[in-house]
Design a binder for this molecule. Structure first.
Ligand code: GLA
Length: 374
């Protein structure tokens, strides 16, 4: 059964009635452009074929949420933050209420998902975007996928309280089937890019608990670096406005580690644009070299890798067929992305999974999927 069928069935079983609407949205794997989205840079995610479906219906009162994976939740209406999985859906409902789009005395929802948890594929964005799609259908609101992504993103930053950039929700809402999405995070302009590659995701098994604090710290460092640069060069509105050629002149204005952080952001943004061009041209070797350079920069300049992620990357790069390997997502644990020529992914995944020294909890071939569907 598909997630949509399972969410519909779960809704029926749990609440004894048919859902009024159901929508599904995918996870994402970012091919290139890490830690640049909140600086207005370019990112290049693919949507995964794994999807999360959310079935919704009005309730006489309260907020009730059921999931295949998490414990059922019953709470007040409007929902308040509970500190569990349901916050990602509740936050979206709160956004719809605040906008006046949703007028209800209560809400029920049921969630079914194929998106692996903790594998660095943003199961949270999939849940938020699917909830936004289902609520839009419930309310008869014809918001664009871009508007739904913005709502989903606000749910995560304002309700859940994670200061993330906009990449994950945009990827989950907008990615065209089978393509990567080149997204300019400043203008939210997008274009589709072909993916003539096999993608393998190796889960490190390292917990993400340190993540949110370190992520927020990097954001503060970026803000401070920008303020210092703007004091000297007011024309720089965002870090990605700095041309790579101007780095040598501007970096002496910054104390360490801010200089390293800015070098990463400026060069990673440029790498992403070059990587999209390489994929357009079918030049997968150049693409792979950019993937490798991204990891080295995340490790040495952004300092968001771990010894275990580095070990996985090193092992993956030694395997025949690997074009490039890097940590993917925020870092400090999570997963490693390995890119391979088409047709080589299964073999690479098997070789990595067989590496006893690494003892990886899961190695998966990622099949590109499509964004939000109603
Ligand atoms: C997390 C955030 C994204 C992005 C990445 C790093 O996945 O949710 O917004 O900042 O980290 O590229």
């Amino acid at each position: 059964m598909t997630p949509v069928e399972r969410a519909t069935r779960l809704f029926r079983e749990r609440f004894g009635t048919e859902p009024a609407a159901v929508a599904s949205a995918p996870g994402r794997v970012n091919l290139l452009g890490e830690h640049v989205d909140y600086h207005g840079g370019h990112v290049l995610p693919v949507a995964t074929a794994w999807r999360t479906a959310v079935a919704v219906g009005l309730a006489p009162g309260g907020f009730e949420a059921a999931s295949e994976h998490g414990t059922p939740v019953r709470g007040a209406w409007p929902p308040a933050r509970q500190g569990d999985w349901s916050d990602y859906a509740a936050g979206v409902a709160v956004e719809f209420l605040a906008a006046g789009t949703l007028r209800a005395a209560g809400l029920r929802l049921a969630v079914a998902s194929d998106v692996p948890l903790g594998a660095g594929v943003s199961s949270s964005a999939a849940l938020e975007v699917a909830t936004a799609g289902a609520l839009a259908a419930l309310c008869g609101w014809r918001g664009s996928p871009r508007e739904l992504a913005v709502i989903a993103h606000r749910a995560e930053t304002d309700f859940v309280g994670v200061p993330c950039g906009v990449m994950d929700q945009m990827a989950s809402a907008l990615t065209p089937a089978g393509s990567a999405l080149l997204l300019d995070c400043r203008t939210l302009e997008t274009s589709a890019v072909p993916v003539p590659l096999d993608l393998v995701l190796a889960e490190s098994g390292e917990s993400h608990t340190l993540r949110s604090g370190s992520y927020a710290e990097r954001r503060r460092e970026g803000d401070e670096a920008l303020a210092r640069i703007r004091a000297a060069v007011p024309a720089v509105a965002m870090l990605v406005d700095i041309p790579p050629a101007a780095l040598a002149q501007l970096l002496p204005l910054l104390p360490p580690p801010l200089d390293r952080r800015v070098r990463h952001v400026v060069n990673e943004n440029q790498r992403t644009v070059l990587a999209a061009a390489a994929l357009e041209a079918g030049d997968v070797a150049t693409f792979g070299r950019l993937v490798d350079a991204s990891h080295d920069s995340l490790r040495d300049l952004y300092e968001c890798s771990t010894p275990r992620l580095d070990a996985i990357v090193t092992a993956a790069r030694r395997l025949p067929g690997t074009l490039g390997a890097r940590l993917v997502g925020a870092g400090w644990g999570g997963a490693v992305l390995v890119v391979a020529p088409m047709g080589r992914g299964e073999e690479l995944a098997a070789a990595l999974a067989a590496d006893r020294a690494l003892a990886l909890p899961a190695v998966r071939v990622v099949h590109p999927g499509a964004g939000l569907a109603g």
